[in-house]
Design a protein around this ligand. Structure first.
Ligand code: PLP
Length: 395
């Protein structure tokens, strides 16, 4: 009998981490691979944040803290929601975890019973379905097309809600498409949710601060009738280039926050005390970094979208946030190219042209691929040339 548990057999390793690992291996073997698979900003953590961490170490801020976050960090998070989202929370409505990923995982472990359904609009972040499965829940994937801007429509939402629906996940701006929901679009989805009265909403706002073209970020907890059914997850990873520090947080109903704390108390306990001190500075300190970085990302986005749309067989929407594009490669899946699927496309691209991207099917929508442009302009220029030559060579 296998030593591995049945619940673990329900899930698969993260495909985006797998691509990054594959690119790393090929590079180690001497290949000049350009990795466009990683979901992490290439910028360094701002100095004021690093200094706060060094100070924490020197001050002996190196012991266990409260399980779900220090009072100072919870206060900073309360301040962030008030300042940036006009949302009022008390500190007992806040939880801090080791990355947004842990907060999401704990949420599902704390709230899902066997058979509970979680609505996940596709394309989705790869970890949602597997986390739900691990917790015994049932992912209900709703495909959102390119024509719909890769966004959930009220009609599709209404259709998929059942008596077993526990959560709806919304992620705006989105990984992998970069699509952001406007206030109007969120209001329209809200009408369905207000009518339904039961569905809880998990809003993953991790890309809140990576946005372009005056896109006005709006989060569903700002709809007063839905605030007490919404858990809003956010973190410092993407906003402040702090992926390695592992600090994420959520705000929402006290009973859910308390349940998350219970799980954390019996698993990891508190996130790193030093990272928490750094996160306080990230949230309370100078916010200039966000604007400066957004400008650099916008230049890259514009370059990548234009370069892709210049390639015959590729079509790419202009995203209004995050650092990903999600182009279609359907125009290249045919008899002439001998490619049938997006997976074959990305595999051949990696082997023939040394560019690592992730197939759309990993995110729940076939016929597409994801490019992360969180890398230097120099790399992007090289990568776009290689993708163009590759597509021309097969077409
Ligand atoms: N949510 C989305 C959509 C993400 O893309 C990520 C990271 O890639 C996370 C959550 C988790 O981020 P972290 O655990 O670094 O806070």
């Amino acid at each position: 009998m296998s030593i591995i548990s049945n619940s673990l057999k329900r899930i698969k390793p993260s495909p985006t981490i797998a691509v990054t690992q594959k690119a790393r291996e090929l590079r180690a073997a001497g290949n000049d691979v350009i990795g466009l698979g990683a979901g992490e900003p290439d910028f360094d953590t701002p100095n004021n944040i690093k200094e706060a961490a060094i100070k924490a170490i020197k001050d002996g801020d190196t012991k266990y803290t409260a399980v779900d976050g220090t009072p100072a960090l919870k206060k900073a998070i309360v301040g962030k929601f008030k300042r940036e989202n006009k949302l009022n929370y008390s500190t007992d409505q806040i939880t801090v975890g080791t990355g947004g990923k842990q907060v999401l995982y704990n949420t599902f472990m704390a709230t899902l019973n066997k058979g509970d359904e979680v609505i996940i609009p596709a394309p989705f972040w790869v970890s949602y379905p597997d986390m739900v499965l691990l917790a015994g829940g049932k992912p209900k994937i709703v495909k959102c097309t390119e024509q719909e801007g890769f966004k959930l429509t009220p009609k599709k939402l209404k259709k998929v809600i059942s008596k077993k629906t526990k959560w709806l996940i919304l992620n705006s701006p989105s990984n992998p498409t970069g699509a952001g929901y406007s206030k109007k679009e969120i209001q329209n989805l809200s009408k369905v949710l207000i009518k339904n009265k039961k569905v809880n909403i998990l809003s993953d706002d991790i890309y809140e601060h990576v946005k372009y073209d005056n896109f006005n970020f709006f989060t569903i907890a700002q709809i007063p009738k839905l605030k007490n059914r919404t858990l809003t997850m956010n973190g410092v990873s993407k906003s402040y280039a702090m992926t390695g520090w592992r600090i994420g947080y959520a705000a929402g109903p006290k009973d859910i926050i308390k349940a998350i704390r219970k799980i954390q108390s019996q698993s990891t306990s508190n996130p790193s005390s030093i990272s928490q001190a750094a996160a306080v500075e990230a949230l309370n300190g100078n916010q200039g970094f966000i604007k400066k970085r957004a400008k650099a990302f916008k230049e890259r986005r514009d370059f990548v979208v234009k370069s892709l749309n210049d390639i015959k067989g590729i079509n790419c929407l202009i995203p209004n946030g995050a650092f990903y594009v999600f182009p279609s490669c359907k125009g290249l899946l045919n008899k002439k190219t001998k490619l049938k699927t997006d997976t074959e496309f990305v595999q051949k691209l990696l082997v023939k042209s040394n560019v690592a991207v992730v197939q759309g099917s990993a995110f729940g929508l076939d016929g597409y691929f994801r490019i992360s442009y969180a890398t230097s302009m120099e790399n992007l220029k090289k990568a776009m040339n290689r993708i163009k030559s590759f597509c021309e060579s097969i077409n």
